[in-house]
Design a protein around this ligand. Sequence first.
Ligand code: FAD
Ligand code: NAD
Length: 327
Amino acid sequence: SKAPIAIIGTGIAGLSAARTLHDAGQAVHLFDKSRGSGGRMASKRSDAGSLDLGAQYFTARDRRFAETVRQWQAGGWVDQWTPTLFQSRDGQLSPSADEQLRWVGTPTMSAITRGLLGEMPVTFSCRITEVFRGEQYWTLVDATGASHGPFSHVIIALPAPQAAALLSGAPKLAAVAASVAMEPTWAVALGFATPLGTTLEGCFVQDDALDWIARNRSKPGRDGALDTWVLHATSSWSRQHLDLSKEAVIERLHGAFAELIDCVVPAPEFTLAHRWLYARPAQAHEWTALADAGLGLYACGDWCLSGRVEGAWLSGQEAARRLLENL
Ligand code: FAD
Ligand code: NAD
């Protein structure tokens, strides 16, 4: 039988590609260093229930993606989120309702990638450190030194800096990936025993430290005894405070939150901080996906397009399309 296609990364880009290849009758095998799928759109299990610390929601502007999201909705993987939106400018909070459709996975963000993964073969807790090609086939090496293969093709679906490290088989692709700067984001969750006295459920911020605030339980299907809020710092604040301790980051963002919001903020019952080192590309690109069809090596991810869930999905579609075209 034919060697399968290796896909490194089970974020939305890798799973977008994997699902299309699988549905076209190709054998695939996925790898991820984490214990589950989703990457930056995974939900984190915590003492305060499941929390969206990465992607908060997504929009669908591309027709094909919008159609796919409708299918996900029919399958019960996603639902609309209609938060009471505010914005904060120069310390001034004001309502900011709009007509934009916003989607979230239900009951957690991870429902989408878990649904896409289905029964496809996957190896979790496996960090790939090397990707090399023999005369005909590809072999992967993981952090324990174990090798995996042979594979007919490889799709690398990781943030650009991590992709660059695995693309040495195709130096031109490696150089493109290495040229992409990705910005960090500090994320903090605060859980309150008594619900905060505000109608605010989501807030776009353009002040110093904070970029975004969301009330987790306003999303469809979320449970949890606490009123838990997710705060995201701006790229520049996150970069400037990259090595601050989690405790200090929680304290600073809690302070900024208390100053911004229009109600009393007591001491939280629950706190959590997470540092996303490669949260988003510093700018959008129009590569869609990278390919060396002769070698059978492909790269996809949000950084090939808009740095959003939609861009990552579209990038995975393009990698799969180009691979199938070159079979
Ligand atoms: P990832 O999700 O990063 O997937 C890469 C996967 O590869 C991960 O699972 C990782 O564990 C794995 N991996 C990495 N290195 C290795 C290795 N060496 N070996 C094996 N596996 C490896 N987008 C929106 O549209 N709306 C939002 O509101 C939004 N908010 C965001 C907020 C934050 C804080 C962050 C961080 C991102 C946000 N995004 C948002 C962006 C969105 O999450 C990403 O664009 C999208 O999830 C990227 O998907 P991906 O598949 O390209 O990469
Ligand atoms: P979107 O259309 O809801 O938001 C895009 C941007 O438009 C917002 O960032 C905000 O500046 C502005 N905006 C939208 N609605 C607004 C309103 N009602 N009031 C005031 N301003 C409003 O969603 P999108 O285009 O799909 O973007 C995804 C979101 O994900 C963005 O907010 C982006 O900043 C965020 N994101 C964050 C990271 C991270 O690492 N923190 C990474 C990728 C994306």
